[in-house]
Ligand binder design. Structure first.
Ligand code: PMP
Length: 418
């Protein structure tokens, strides 16, 4: 059915859920990195469902796998059941991702969202260690449920719900205090001294590239140090790979480049590959401590998501060609953003295909995104005051569309800032 346009949504839908403030149109169709609205106008997508569409919109192979599954009356809802689709996904994830990396993690399904996976990870770590405290970091983002929110750095996100930092101690992320301050050493010192007031932690929880928190990057050394600190102090290392995972960093997992093996990994967003809700917790066998049904939920294990997730793994992760292509595109992105940033005295932040320009002002960044939208580009901001213009293009974007999208970014900066 036709709609009467963006204004209708503002009336029909609660204001807060209505993102029409950012993208004032009604979208109808999408293919790879291109969205089309009800007027037939096309937009390049540099948001990609906030990294949940790493393989683009409506990938033809995932689409046909899903259509075939539906047409064959494949089981949709499979609560408490083994299904063929689930098994095929598990085998594929194990063969394509875990085994080649020498990982023996168990795959645990928690349900539709990233926050669900983070909650499960926190509960697992607490149960496995018998401790409560979780070390989380400045600018970290882990979701909006109570536990995940407690671990989230940005106070304004917690304020309205009066959500407390229950059971969480906040420490400085890599680079938070600027160059030359060793945040990992500070953490080690604090944990090693009972007078620090920090209870022995169940877990150290972090993102390798902070997505919502402003594209802050954890160095290889920082990750290696945290991995060692976790071991030394008997805590589990939890990497939240919800936004930086599934290829976004240039490897399947964002921690791979550091050669570490987290005890628990949370995944969601691009895991289903098709924009379907699906999250997963990977856990080392010794910490797989839930009893049956201890952590459950009606909508865990969506079979349609298993079908597309498997198709994505088989298409993109059967060899290293896709990862190489991501790195090539990431270099190009860095170079193009670098040229834009330089002419305004700004800097580029992020890693891989998860980068942006720090404009130093939330208002400016919003104006730039609005100017980009007028020119046919969907792009969003990130950072503690939304000061970063953030590029999250599908990893499958064509070179031509990518170049055109980055031209629009340059034009939008020019319009707003000159
Ligand atoms: N962790 C990270 C790193 C995220 O980026 C997000 C979502 N932006 C979440 C957790 C929460 O995921 P969800 O929105 O699916 O609950």
């Amino acid at each position: 059915p036709a709609t009467t346009g963006a204004a209708t949504f503002a009336r029909l839908e609660s204001e807060v859920r209505s993102y029409c403030r950012s993208f004032p149109t009604v979208f109808k169709k999408a293919q790879n990195a291109t969205l089309t609205d009800i007027e037939g106008r096309e937009y390049i997508d540099f948001l990609a469902g906030c990294a949940s569409l790493n393989y683009g919109h409506n990938d033809p192979d995932m689409k046909s796998a899903l259509v075939d599954y539906i047409m064959s009356d494949g089981v949709t809802h499979g609560l408490d059941m083994f299904t063929e689709a689930k098994e095929a996904f598990l085998i594929s994830f194990s063969e394509r991702i875990l085994k080649p990396r020498g990982m023996d993690h168990r795959m645990m399904f928690q349900g539709p969202t990233g926050a669900n996976a983070v909650e499960a990870a926190l509960k697992l770590a607490r149960k496995a260690t018998g401790r409560e405290n979780v070390i989380a970091f400045t600018n970290g983002y882990h979701g909006v449920t109570t536990g995940a929110l407690a671990a989230t750095g940005n106070g304004s996100q917690r304020a309205g719900s009066r959500s407390q930092l229950t059971g969480v101690t906040r420490m400085a992320y890599d680079g938070f205090h600027g160059e030359g301050v060793d945040s990992a050493q500070m953490l080690d010192d604090m944990l090693g001294d009972t007078s620090s007031g920090i209870d022995a932690p169940a877990a150290i929880l972090l993102e390798c590239i902070q997505g919502e928190g402003g594209l802050n990057v954890a160095s290889k050394e920082f990750l290696q140090r945290l991995s060692a600190i976790a071991k030394k102090h008997g805590a589990l290392l939890i990497i939240d790979d919800i936004q930086a995972g599934c290829g976004r960093s240039g490897d399947f997992f964002a921690f791979e480049f550091a050669g570490i093996e987290p005890d628990i990994i949370t995944m969601a967003k691009s895991l289903s590959g098709f924009g379907l809700p699906m999250s997963m917790v990977l856990v080392k066998p010794e910490y797989d401590v839930f009893t049956p049904a201890e952590h459950n939920g009606t909508f865990r294990g969506n079979n349609h998501a298993f079908v597309t997730a498997r198709a994505a793994l088989e298409k993109f992760w059967a060899d290293d060609a896709f990862a190489k292509d991501i790195r090539r595109k990431a270099d190009y992105l860095n170079q193009r953003l670098g040229a834009i940033a330089e002419s305004y005295g700004f800097r580029v932040k992020g890693r891989g295909m998860m980068r942006g320009i720090d404009t130093g002002s939330g208002d400016k960044a919003a104006e730039i995104c609005a100017a980009a939208f007028e020119r046919g580009l969907v792009i969003e901001t990130a950072g503690s005051s939304d000061e970063i213009v953030k590029v999250l293009a599908p990893l499958t974007i064509s070179d031509e569309t990518f170049a055109r999208g980055l031209d629009i970014v340059a034009e939008a900066f020019e319009t707003v800032l000159r």
